[in-house]
Each structure stands twice: as structure tokens, then as C-alpha cells.
Design a protein around this ligand. Structure first.
Ligand code: PHE
Length: 371
């Protein structure tokens, strides 16, 4: 009997070690450990043996089954390992190499600067007021004290809404006829007023904010894109952001304007930043001014960024013109206010030494990835 077990053991192990692919293992397991295997049959046949032989035969059969199971597990593990090594070699894949870094998105430098400016104004108690990009002639000009044919209109070359999308291009020509149910997918702002235009500055938002809040006091900033029908040059783009500011209330004075804007400059450019105000002209403010900040690159001693002036112009501002207050619904005998408008791209250009405004919307990743 012992001889039989030894033969089974030898044959089984020889067959096992001849297996070089994982598929062979299953067949081996069925043959040598399955229901009809020699070991299983020996265990099943124990009852037919003379009583004296049973304990020994039982022990031997169980020991053999255990041995074969362990040999099977060990061989399976060895095959798996050598299989991995082979496939690694074949594919020349090194799983220990570090992975490729996932590219991270980022905010556009104009958006970053816009948000930084808005965050500072928010800290100073100004609310964000969203105004529209498509404006009426009235809000963009007349109500801001810029009548038709006024020479000041030259300051804002305008895109009239002939370039705003037509019903045809937005819908019909894209196979969306009028009254087609698919129109529900795009809720549309129609430009109802004829003579509408793309806002040339954020100042028309002053009118909207005043008409919404009058006669309550106002402290808002209006960020947004502006459009001008201009030649594109290193210093002027046809689209750019502005952040408009407006404060209206009783007893607001020019000193409030100066103090508030100087505080902003210190929060934006550093606590030591000095400011200076130069007289200027805007139809919707009286008096009007432009604010310069001391050049943060050279500290005022003169360099290429400030063109040796020591000062950088960053915004236009002034006391809200009485006519504009009136157009907004405030009695100019009782209320005063100040307003300002600054360009985030211009501030970013100064801050980062960007020489050409066309980089902002040029979509060149080599530029954008620097910020
Ligand atoms: N709207 C002016 C411009 O675009 C800037 C400005 C805003 C000036 C508010 C004064 C007050 O040039």
C-alpha cells in the first residue's frame, strides 16, 4: 500500500512541475485532488480495508492530500511570479517608475486678478453687483451724461449689436426652427431695445444699481467684460475686464473717495504703497481724477515699467455727477457719491511685467501657464 501512495506522490509531483502555464494547474488539480483522483478514491475506500490497516492508510492518504495541496499552491505562486516577470520584460514596463503627473487646470490670470480685486473690495464692505454685457445706448451713454454727438464719445468706440448673434445663426440655421420644443434647452436673452450695444465700460451698471437700490445707500463693485471697437495694439484690446465701484449716500465727499481708493491700493500692492490723484475728465463724474500708485517695481525712483515716472496710472474716478445721480433716482441735493473704474488686465500687466495686452486672449499656454 505504501508503495502505491509513493507512486501517486511521485507521479503527481512530476506532473505538477511539468506545468508551465496557469491553465494547466486547473487540470492537474482535477486529476490529482478531484473527486476521482487516486487520493480521493483511497480515502473513500478506507471502509473496505481490514480494520487494522485503516488508521495507517487513512493517515497516509490525508498526509498525501495535504502535501499535494501545498505543492499546488506553491507552484501556482511561482508561476504567477515568473509570468509577471516575463510580461514585464516583454512589455518593457517598469511598474516602479513614478506615474505621469496629472496636468492641473488653473484660473486665467485675468480671472485671478479680477477675483483678487473683488475680494479686497468685499473685505472693505462693497457688494458684488452683476450687470449685463449687452447694454442700451441710454445706459451706456445718455444717462451717464454723454449725449449723442458729444465729443467725449470718442473715448469709447462702440460695438453696436449687429455683431450680437442673430436668431438665424443661434437657432434656425442649426436646425432649430421657431417653436421647436428643443428651444427650451436654451433660455434666451433677447435684445429687445433697438440701438443696443456691447458695453464699452462697466459704468452703465451704476445706473442699474442706483435704479434698483434708490433711495437706499449703495456700496457696490461691478466686475465684468467690456468691449470697444478699436484697433488691437499691445496696449488696447477689443475686450477687457473692468471693475467699477460705486458708493452713494448722504455726506460722501471727495476725501472718502481718496481714502477708500488709497486703502484699496495698499491692500492690493502693499501697506507702504503711496497714491496720487491727478485731475481728469469723465462726463459722469465731477470732479474727475485718475489715481496713480507709486511704482512697486522701483519704489518711485524710475524704471522701464513706470517709464521713469515713478508712478503708474491704475484707475479713473470721481464724484458722481449730479445729473447721473438724478438719472439713477437720487436727489442730488441730498445725496452724493463717488465712482471709479479700474482694469484688472492693466493691473496684472503692471504687477507681472506683461508687455503686451494681446497675450491675455491669445490662448498661448506658454503664457497662461506662468500664472
Ligand atoms: N468708465 C470709465 C472708463 O471706462 C472709468 C470711470 C469709471 C471713471 C467710474 C470714473 C468713474 O474709462
Amino acid at each position: 500500500m505504501e508503495q502505491d501512495f509513493s507512486k501517486v506522490e511521485q507521479a503527481a509531483l512530476a506532473a505538477l512541475h511539468a506545468i508551465d502555464a496557469e491553465a494547466g494547474l486547473r487540470a492537474w488539480q482535477a486529476a490529482w485532488l478531484g473527486k476521482r483522483s487516486a487520493v480521493a478514491l483511497a480515502l473513500a475506500g478506507l471502509g473496505q480495508l481490514p480494520a487494522a490497516e485503516r488508521p495507517l492508510a487513512g493517515q497516509r492518504a490525508n498526509a498525501l492530500r495535504l502535501q499535494l495541496e501545498q505543492a499546488h499552491a506553491a507552484h501556482a505562486a511561482a508561476l504567477r511570479e515568473s509570468g509577471l516577470a516575463a510580461s514585464l520584460q516583454a512589455g518593457a514596463l517598469d511598474v516602479t517608475l513614478p506615474g505621469r503627473p496629472a496636468a492641473r487646470g488653473r484660473l486665467h490670470i485675468a480671472t485671478q486678478t479680477l477675483r483678487q480685486i473683488c475680494a479686497i473690495w468685499a473685505q472693505m464692505g462693497f457688494q458684488i453687483y452683476r450687470s449685463r454685457d449687452v447694454e442700451t445706448e441710454a445706459c451706456n451713454f445718455e444717462l451717464l451724461n454723454i449725449p449723442p454727438h458729444h465729443p467725449a464719445r470718442d473715448m469709447w468706440d462702440t460695438f453696436h449689436t449687429t455683431i450680437v448673434e442673430t436668431e438665424a445663426c443661434n437657432f434656425e440655421l442649426l436646425n432649430i426652427p421657431p417653436h421647436h420644443p428643443a428651444r427650451d434647452m436654451w433660455d434666451t436673452f433677447h435684445t429687445t431695445t433697438s440701438g443696443s450695444l456691447l458695453r464699452t465700460h462697466t459704468s452703465p451698471g451704476q445706473i442699474h444699481a442706483m435704479r434698483e437700490y434708490a433711495p437706499e445707500p449703495i456700496r457696490v463693485v461691478l466686475p465684468g467684460m467690456c468691449y470697444r471697437y478699436e484697433q488691437i495694439t499691445p496696449r488696447s484690446e477689443i475686450q477687457f475686464n473692468q471693475v467699477e465701484g460705486l458708493a452713494v449716500g448722504r455726506g460722501i465727499r471727495f476725501t472718502d473717495l481718496k481714502g477708500t481708493l488709497t486703502d484699496f491700493a495698499r491692500r492690493m500692492f502693499g501697506a507702504q504703497t503711496r497714491t496720487r490723484f491727478r485731475a481728469s475728465y469723465f462726463p459722469f463724474t465731477e470732479p474727475s481724477a485718475e489715481m496713480d500708485v507709486e511704482c512697486f517695481l522701483c519704489g518711485g525712483s524710475g524704471c522701464v515699467v513706470c517709464k521713469q515716472a515713478g508712478w503708474l496710472e491704475i484707475l479713473g474716478c470721481g464724484m458722481v455727477h449730479p445729473k447721473v445721480l438724478q438719472n439713477g433716482g437720487y436727489d442730488p441735493a441730498e445725496y452724493t457719491g463717488f465712482a471709479f473704474g479700474m482694469g484688472p488686465e492693466r493691473i496684472a500687466m503692471l504687477k507681472y511685467g506683461i508687455k503686451d495686452i494681446r497675450y491675455f486672449w491669445g490662448n498661448d499656454l506658454r503664457f497662461l501657464q506662468q500664472f
